[in-house]
Ligand binder design. Structure first.
Ligand code: ADP
Length: 419
């Protein structure tokens, strides 16, 4: 029977040395796997469970000493030979390697003639030891000091990087906020003029007569209105990100908000055969909140229900008071959402569908958006001290299990000054 080839992991960041060792050991009947940095080495070692590890000490990230110390905490790798292979020639390198957990030490450049025998001897159980207990304690102290120094240095670097990232992130958020405002100002003007045109009875034709002036004006109104929604969502996400979302609190009645949204949906998109049902909204108490923002949040969730429910489906919007809160549930009979996506869909820019198939529409079946709708909804609801989550059996475009979004909003109290 053919003997199993001993498997050796060679940790080395210099490709020339890696190739050389691979050749030598390969021709001697060893199987060689390699890794070029510390973290990869740990990953490969865990996965491959080699019979022996040859460890270059000067590698990037975690160095060879640290990787060895880490590997010794993994049960399956506790007792395999780990041999330092290094060009470092400082006195005490051998002892340092042994203290960190290495079995032995092979200096670089390796001697091509004796190298295979050295490897075989470590595989057969050769172990080097630090001779005196005193020396051992000294090197251990030095090693732990060095670890702390390196840790401190790494934390400093990470903190500096983190600050830089925060600065860039703030710049990006500021840019989006400014760009959003800059876009919105002319858009408001256009929208105003379009509305004037819409109200002008002298505009000939009808909205149902493609190509007629009235039809064109209606299309312009729809498009500017949609653009306004998109800009609103982008601006809101940026404000949520920057922790700058401010609420203009006042009395809010949920029912008219929902009814307005359903009316807008009918106006906004192509005719969809969907049955809308509402329940319990009349009995909901007035709550304190920012009605514009809540409109935006509900709009995003309800238009999603429309987008992800095929024609013939139904959407049910229920309201109920629970202690000092109101609960609104929006249940659709659409394609549903897989359990593993149910939290992620609230992340910004999270889109489940293939972006290359993106169709921009607020109401068409599976018409895509920017992937910020639910982020905005959650940000607004949480700013009100509320919660939003989704329940669904999973995604199935045939069986249509549907999704149910739950929104919990505290009723709240009007403060003296806002009364
Ligand atoms: P988008 O702008 O893409 O609609 P959202 O943040 O509103 O972004 O939603 C994120 C993703 O969550 C959507 O791309 C969609 O896959 C999924 N999703 C949201 N609502 C529903 C729903 N009611 N039914 C099925 N999937 C949904």
């Amino acid at each position: 029977m053919e003997q199993r080839k001993p498997k050796i992991l060679y940790v080395e960041d210099d490709p020339a040395s890696e190739t050389l060792v691979r050749r030598i050991l390969g021709s001697e009947g060893f199987q060689v796997v390699s890794a070029s940095d510390g973290l990869t080495a740990i990953e490969v070692a865990r996965r491959e469970l080699p019979d022996m590890i040859l460890m270059d000490i000067n590698i990037s990230g975690l160095d060879g000493y640290e990787v060895t110390t880490r590997l010794r905490t993994i049960e399956e790798l506790k007792n395999i030979p780990i041999v330092a292979v290094t060009a470092a020639t400082l006195s005490g390198d051998r002892e340092r390697a042994l203290i960190a957990g290495c079995t032995g030490y092979i200096p670089k450049p390796i001697d091509v003639d004796t190298f295979p025998d050295q490897v075989r001897s470590f595989l057969q159980g050769t172990r080097e030891e630090v001779t005196s207990a005193e020396e051992k304690a000294e090197y251990l102290t030095e090693y732990s000091r060095r670890l702390v120094d390196r840790l401190e240095e790494k934390i400093r670097q990470l903190e500096a990087k983190n600050q830089e990232l925060q600065r860039l992130d703030k710049m990006k958020t500021d840019f989006i906020i400014i760009a959003g405002h800059e876009l919105r100002t002319p858009l408001t003007t256009i929208y105003g003029y379009v509305q004037i045109l819409q109200a002008n009875p002298a505009i000939p034709g009808s909205p149902d007569e493609p190509g007629s002036p009235r039809f064109l004006v209606e299309k312009m109104a729809e498009a500017t209105w949609r653009l306004n929604q998109v800009i609103s969502d982008i601006l809101t996400v940026s404000l949520i990100d920057a922790n700058k979302l401010e609420l203009a609190r006042g009395p809010v009645f949920i029912k008219p908000l929902v009814m307005q949204i359903l009316e807008d949906i009918r106006r906004a998109g192509p005719e969809r055969r969907l049955a809308f049902e509402t329940e319990g909204l009349d009995e909901l108490p007035m709550i304190v909140g920012d009605s514009k923002r809540l409109h935006q949040a509900l709009w995003n969730i309800i238009t999603n229900a429309v987008k992800y429910t095929p024609d013939g489906g139904h959407i049910n919007i229920r309201g109920i008071r629970i202690d000092n809160a109101v609960k609104i549930t929006i249940q659709d009979s659409g394609i549903g959402i897989d359990p593993e996506d149910q939290e992620r869909i609230f992340d910004r820019f999270y889109i489940l569908h293939d972006v290359s198939l993106h169709r921009s529409s607020k109401t068409a079946f599976k018409g895509g958006g920017l992937g910020v709708g639910l982020t905005v909804a959650r940000g607004i609801i949480e700013a009100h001290g509320g919660r939003v989550w989704v329940e669904s059996e999973g995604r199935d475009e045939e069986r249509l299990p549907g999704s149910t979004f739950h929104i919990l909003l505290p009723i709240g109290e009007l403060k003296e000054e806002s009364r």
